[in-house]
Design a protein around this ligand. Structure first.
Ligand code: G6P
Length: 608
């Protein structure tokens, strides 16, 4: 949620920290701050508001030094304010700390310290005071010991970057249940909560594991476990390039990412379609899959919506119970989980706390875990038995777009292979489906080339205050996703309803102020959804239909129609969703919102 960056090297730390924070601002953005060691002591500047507020403060007060830590915050404890911004320090300013996560027992720990030393409402500040309390000035080992002791006291999740006045050339990072990567440079090293922050400087990274502590100077990085044993880490080479983290001429990352979808789908196809061993690769051969009698699919937000589609498609597998769960609810669902269970965890970031928690419950109960993840080396990927990487590149906009399409591609390729392997479809049908998958990039391009048409439709509905999205089966899941996009970036109240449920209550709300967006792609149920749209029309609702099946009936009841290309019907929801992405984008754009950084939201939700 928040972002961390740390630098030690020969260059000025401040510009490197600020450029890292710029890249991290999408993770949290209500305040920011940096601490730089000037050789004698630690200087700190922090500010409520967006990063430019911090930059404004720094323009008249540049911090000089080669060691520093920075943070962009998404408030959990204490309102966004200058004092609650990170870094936080011990009262003698010897220790400075930035933190992602939540210290659950901070109030209890605070009680045992003098109240007068606290200046903020945050849970983080207690860490700085405790390190200072246990630290016996002297060698760096003493500082490590103090930090390790604090780790035994705190409960919760954390990624921390720490500096100390006594060590102008040492940077420390430690994590538990919150991601932290160590970037390895030449005569410089980095810490970051997210690779994006440091990819301009290095592609060689270590991923810290839980309760590992990294000690960095400009030349070396040593990683210890919680018992101070040195741990050997493998260097991981990041293949994201710098351009992929830039806007590339688009007004917003979201629009750039929407337009990247044909390429991403194509990449996914090239990587996975020609591969006859797709199921072997993920260890789900015919024999393996027959072992499972339950498949649970978990994810949050957009990833959950992809999971709903995946689950509906997997319900065709014989003798297996399939259900998608919101990861945040999974633990309350009293599901049977054992060695005959397959859990599919979907997450763009690979760090979402609820999804990770669901994964751990499954593992604890001996289930097999397959994850569908974008970020290589993320916690969910590392803790899974098998991973399908969606290879969508960095997704910066908070509202997920390209990751969703790539997650659907993962399910499409997975189910096509499973259907064939379990003889649900013939070899010929399998080849036909593959052919249709190969056509998808060009079909998505066709829709994107109608950007202006979708923009014009969005302009018409700018004054709308309430929007219903309706559909049945796969179309309903796309309705959920379309509605989420509109809420996230345009702050419009919108609701997705299974079309058949409308008359069981919500239809009471329909009048001429309401826009109803109907998604009609599934041939066998189109007539039924059409009837539901008619019911809305007769109550004066405005109707916008997104469909692959245009005819006079559709035209007659719709105020607006967007026709998507026809393809295999299970792939059409992906196409309909592209229209809804652009629609939400142009509503938000027309209303003048900061689309990449919607209020109250964070890209990666690393607290439960
Ligand atoms: C947050 C984001 C959503 C995202 C969800 C799951 O809520 O705002 O866009 O879908 O987290 O994230 P994940 O990284 O697990 O896919």
């Amino acid at each position: 949620m928040c972002g961390i960056v740390g630098y030690i090297g020969l260059s000025d730390a401040q510009p490197i920290l600020l450029s890292g924070l710029e890249k991290l601002e999408y993770r949290g953005y209500d305040s920011a701050g940096i601490a730089v060691h000037n050789g004698k002591k630690i200087d700190i500047v922090k500010s409520k508001g967006r990063l430019y507020e911090l930059k404004k403060k720094l323009s008249s007060n540049n911090l000089k030094g080669n060691l520093g830590i920075g943070h962009t915050r998404w408030a959990t404890h204490g309102i966004p304010s200058d004092v609650n911004s990170h870094p936080h320090t011990s009262n003698n300013c010897k220790i400075a700390v930035v933190h992602n996560g939540i210290i659950e027992n901070y109030l209890e720990l605070k009680k045992n310290l003098s109240q007068s030393i606290f200046s903020s409402d945050t849970d983080t500040e207690v860490i700085a005071h405790l390190i200072n309390k246990y630290y016996v000035p002297g060698k760096i080992e003493n500082l490590i010991d103090a930090i390790l002791k604090v780790l035994t006291k705190i409960n919760g999740s954390y990624a921390l970057a720490i500096i100390c006045e006594d060590f102008p050339d040492k940077l420390i990072g430690v994590r538990k249940d919150n991601p932290l990567v160590i970037g390895l440079g030449e005569n410089e090293n980095f810490i970051a909560s997210d690779i994006t922050a440091i990819v301009n400087y290095t592609r060689d990274v270590y991923f810290l594991d839980d309760e590992q502590i990294a000690l960095l100077d400009s030349k070396n990085v040593t990683v210890f476990d919680k018992n101070k044993n040195v741990v050997k880490k493998d260097v991981f080479k990041v293949d994201w390039n710098v351009e992929s983290t830039q806007k590339g001429g688009y007004d917003f990352y979201m629009l750039k990412e929407i337009f990247e979808q044909p390429k991403i789908i194509n990449d996914f196809i090239s990587l996975n379609l020609s591969d006859n061993n797709f199921l072997d690769k993920i260890n789900l051969s015919n024999k393996q899959i027959k072992k499972f009698n339950r498949i649970y699919i978990v994810g949050c937000g957009t990833a959950y919506h992809a999971g709903l589609i995946g689950a509906r498609l997997m319900e065709r597998l014989p003798n297996v119970f399939v259900r998608a769960h919101m990861a945040s609810e999974f633990r309350y669902s009293n599901q049977i989980i054992d060695e005959k269970t397959l859990l599919i965890a979907i997450s763009q970031s690979g760090e979402t706390a609820d999804t990770l928690a669901a994964l751990r419950i499954a593992k604890k109960n001996n289930a097999r875990v397959l994850s569908i993840v974008n970020v290589v080396g993320s916690s969910i990927a590392r803790e899974s038995d098998n991973v399908i990487y969606i290879a969508a590149g960095p997704e910066i906009a908070v509202a997920s777009t390209k990751a969703f399409s790539a997650q659907l591609m993962a399910f499409y390729v997975l189910v096509c292979n499973l259907y064939r392997s379990l003889e649900i479809i013939s070899e010929q049908q399998f080849l036909q489906m593959q052919e249709k998958l190969r056509e998808l990039p060009s079909l998505v391009n066709q829709i994107l080339s109608c950007e202006n048409e979708i923009k014009d439709k969005a302009q018409k509905y700018l004054s709308c205050k309430n929007v219903f999205y309706i559909g049945r089966s796969l179309d309903y899941f796309i309705a959920l996703e379309g509605s989420l996009k509109l809420k996230e970036i345009a702050y419009l109240y919108s609701q997705a309803y299974a079309a058949g449920e409308l008359k069981h209550g919500p239809i009471a709300l329909i009048d001429d102020t309401i826009l109803v967006i109907g998604i009609l792609t599934q041939e066998n149920i189109i007539e039924k959804t059409l009837s539901n749209l008619k019911e809305c029309k007769s109550r004066s609702g405005k109707i916008f239909t997104v469909t692959s099946q245009i005819d006079n009936k559709v035209k007659n009841i719709s105020d607006d129609v967007f026709v998507i290309p026809k393809t295999h019907e299970i792939f059409e929801p992906l196409l309909a969703n592209i229209v809804l992405q652009l629609f939400a984008y142009y509503i938000a754009n027309g209303l003048g919102y900061d689309i990449d950084k919607p209020r109250n939201l964070a890209k990666s939700v690393t607290v439960e």
